[in-house]
Ligand binder design. Structure first.
Ligand SMILES: Cc1cc2nc3c(=O)[nH]c(=O)nc-3n(C[C@H](O)[C@H](O)[C@H](O)COP(=O)(O)OP(=O)(O)OC[C@H]3O[C@@H](n4cnc5c(N)ncnc54)[C@H](O)[C@@H]3O)c2cc1C
Length: 400
């Protein structure tokens, strides 16, 4: 059983501890040795099971409850726990949130009540379609268009690297509605998967397989009621959604790291070497100590970001970027150390540490690559420095 002492940190309420205990029990009962040979089918099944068990309720707001909000600590706790047990279960959960985040945050009452009850129950699968073949990190240069013609939006262009593409029932799609340059001309839309003019043109295989594909929109006509927020708000909507869900990527990385640490502890306390167990070697203890510090520091940054959002911070760009940058980079190192401590078994296909080694890699790239997080952190740090310098100067001039 992984260390759970972090649950007593002041970031959490009793409701979080209850949720965590229930999910842990569910994961023990449902996620042991699941067969991943058909990733589409296993993801569909995870969505159904997580929906039936009630965990997908946390991925979107409740359209029948005006006070309902996204609780980022719950999202993070669930992602961390699922990732520790099974990366694909975490993926299935995470995409229900990312795919509908824009509806939760910016949807009309009708948009919310049409889609969210289904995605929260595991009866519909969602996806988030922002990246294009020519623009990933550089979102402001998206070229897909949505032209208003005869009272309908007509979508043309491509989206790629779209998780759940091929199994999703609904996509949040970002496209250019105006001539305004860069970020200003983007808008967000809800597009049902069976819309005429939307097709899957290429499935993408990766080192840790999950449903991924390139989409093509050819004269795909959708009603104006599919627009999320206002025309031109697309960039703001995308960034607001990422602001919430970026911390949850950090949480998933933390789950992988925590599992890697557990695997390393099991291995190093059972593997005999030179008449003792591996753990008795001080250099091995050094590795374990480094891993434990990385895990706790990642948890502190992740749950600091989540807690900040939940207690009312309007934006947590800096906190979320720090959490994602640190947790994903550290998890890569922790997993690598766990592989090393397993020796040859560490690179044998199908072992848990080998799986973690493949699963962690993409998290350093998607929802803003590490380099992009560094830019966010540096700019926010400078802004904070300038604000504190200006306020100190004005206090000094008021006092004189
Ligand atoms: C497994 C997986 C799942 C994904 N799921 C989705 C999804 O569901 N929906 C979706 O819309 N997209 C998704 N993506 C796409 C993902 O968000 C992009 O891959 C990511 O934003 C990087 O874009 P890119 O691949 O075009 O790389 P590029 O933008 O070409 O960047 C390449 C590299 O350049 C560096 N770099 C980029 N910008 C800067 C900069 N300003 N300064 C310094 N260095 C920089 C980074 O190291 C980056 O990794 C997914 C990707 C993967 C791998």
């Amino acid at each position: 059983m992984a260390d759970q002492s972090f649950l007593h940190w002041p970031f959490f309420d009793d409701a979080h501890r209850v949720l965590h205990a229930r999910l842990e029990g569910w994961a023990e009962a449902n996620l042991q040795h699941s067969d991943h040979s058909d990733t589409d089918e296993v993801c569909r099944q995870f969505v159904v099971k997580l929906g039936k068990a009630g965990f997908l309720r946390h991925t979107a707001i409740d359209p029948d409850d005006p006070a309902s909000t996204l609780d980022v600590r719950s999202l993070c706790l669930i992602r961390e726990t699922l990732a520790r047990h099974d990366g694909l279960a975490d993926f299935a959960f995470a995409m229900q949130g990312l795919g509908t985040g824009a509806i939760s945050l910016f949807g009309t009452a009708e948009q919310k009540s049409h889609w969210l009850p289904k995605t929260r129950a595991g009866e519909a699968i969602s996806a988030f379609a922002l990246t294009e073949p020519g623009s990933g990190s550089d979102v402001a240069n998206s070229t897909m268009t949505a032209q208003l013609i005869d009272g309908e939006y007509v979508l043309n262009g491509e989206k790629t690297w779209i998780s759940n593409a091929g199994i999703a029932d609904v996509y949040t799609v970002f496209a250019r509605t105006g001539d305004a340059p860069g970020a200003k001309g983007l808008s967000a839309f809800i597009v049902a998967a069976d819309q005429v003019g939307l097709e899957i043109v290429e499935r993408l295989d990766t080192i840790a397989p999950h449903p991924l594909a390139r989409l093509r929109f050819t004269n795909c006509r959708i009603p104006t009621t599919a627009l999320l927020g206002k025309s031109g708000d697309g960039f703001k909507i995308a960034m607001s959604v990422l602001d919430v869900f970026r911390s949850t990527v950090a949480a998933a990385a933390l789950g992988f790291a925590r599992r890697a640490l557990d695997e390393a502890l099991n291995q190093s306390t059972s593997r005999k070497i030179q008449g003792q167990v591996l753990f008795d070697l001080q250099m091995v203890q050094g590795h374990i100590a480094d891993m434990a510090v990385s895990v706790d520091a990642s948890a502190l940054l992740t749950y600091r970001a989540a807690w900040s959002k939940d207690v009312g911070a309007p934006r947590i760009s800096r906190e979320a970027a720090m959490a994602k940058l640190f947790s994903t980079e550290e998890a890569q190192k922790v997993v690598d150390q766990a592989v090393q401590l397993h020796g040859g078994e560490g690179v044998r296909s199908g072992t848990m540490v080998e799986r973690l080694y493949r699963e962690i890699r993409a998290l350093r790239i998607y929802e803003g690559a590490t380099d992009v997080q560094k830019i966010i952190i540096a700019r926010q740090t400078l802004t904070a420095f300038e604000a504190s310098t200006a306020s100190a100067a004005s206090a000094a001039s008021a006092a004189s």
